[in-house]
Design a protein around this ligand. Structure first.
Ligand code: SF4
Length: 75
């Protein structure tokens, strides 16, 4: 989570372009706060902190059916 406690937060472990394609470069070794943070609707409940984080990058809140949408691995 280095880099997330500053004016323009961005974790140094995040690779890629937000809003396009990103991934966590230390996913298997990520800290407990990262493991405990759930995306909005991941388990049927909205997470306003997820919505706020997305909004900081100009992204809309996730919709409740996002997890049911097939992931396009070719993109
Ligand atoms: S999940 Fe990975 S990229 Fe996201 S904040 Fe945690 S360490 Fe950074």
């Amino acid at each position: 989570m280095n880099g997330t406690d500053c004016k323009s937060p961005r974790c140094t472990a995040l690779v890629g372009e937000v809003g396009s394609t990103v991934h966590c470069s230390i996913y298997e070794k990520r800290s407990s706060p990262c493991r405990e943070f759930e995306a909005s609707w991941e388990n049927g409940e909205q997470n306003v902190d997820c919505d706020k984080a997305r909004a900081r990058f100009g992204l809309p809140p996730l919709q409740s059916d996002w997890a049911e949408i097939p992931f396009d691995k070719s993109a």
